[in-house]
Design a protein around this ligand. Structure first.
Ligand SMILES: [Zn+2]
Length: 182
């Protein structure tokens, strides 16, 4: 079974790599895999990459909301995702790049907690930068990250809620999701 964690092996073993497909996207393609698994809440629109462009983060917008589709006639693989940045959403497709490594961690998550749970959050999860939120980098542009580290971007307080985006491994994000809902 195809999973986020074995997707590179799946691509390495996939027999059809460089092929031009002239088949009909609406009629001839079928969805074979969904990247977003819903286990840690809302999608984040945060976009990030490493300084080394040989790797693609599946956990970065827009890949975090992409699906992998396969042409039933020729086997061509494409990612499809919805771009929401413009005036209206549009579906875009991008070929799988078999020369790149697709990373299944870290992911971005948007977090929203009640202000009274804020100090508990810092105690449990760390993220010492939350003690000086005025220094947290804003949510804008493409963030260049070190994949071995965790990050907070875009801090907001509104009506007793505190919201920010976290980049971390999926296990940590699931724990944060449980904390949000506890
Ligand atoms: Zn085709």
């Amino acid at each position: 079974m195809l999973t986020l964690e074995n997707i590179n092996e799946f691509f390495a073993d996939y027999p059809i790599k460089d092929i031009d497909c002239n088949h009909n996207i609406l009629m001839d393609y079928e969805k074979i895999f969904k990247i977003y698994d819903g286990k840690f809440g809302y999608l984040s629109y945060l976009e990030f990459k490493s300084s080394d462009d040989s790797e693609i983060f599946l956990g970065s917008y827009p890949m975090n909301g992409a699906d992998l589709w396969k042409c039933k006639k020729c086997g061509k693989l494409k990612f499809f995702y919805t771009e929401t940045g413009g005036h209206f959403p549009q579906t875009l497709s991008v070929d799988v790049d078999f020369n790149k490594k697709y990373l299944s961690d870290p992911f971005a998550k948007s977090v929203s907690i009640k202000a009274e749970k804020y100090s508990d959050f810092i105690t449990i999860f760390g993220f010492s930068e939350l003690q000086n939120p005025e220094k947290i980098e804003k949510f804008n542009g493409i963030k260049v990250i070190d994949k071995s580290k965790s990050y907070i971007f875009g801090y907001h307080e509104f009506n007793g809620d505190i919201a920010f985006n976290v980049i971390a491994d999926k296990t940590t994000l699931r724990k944060i999701y449980d904390f949000e809902n506890s």
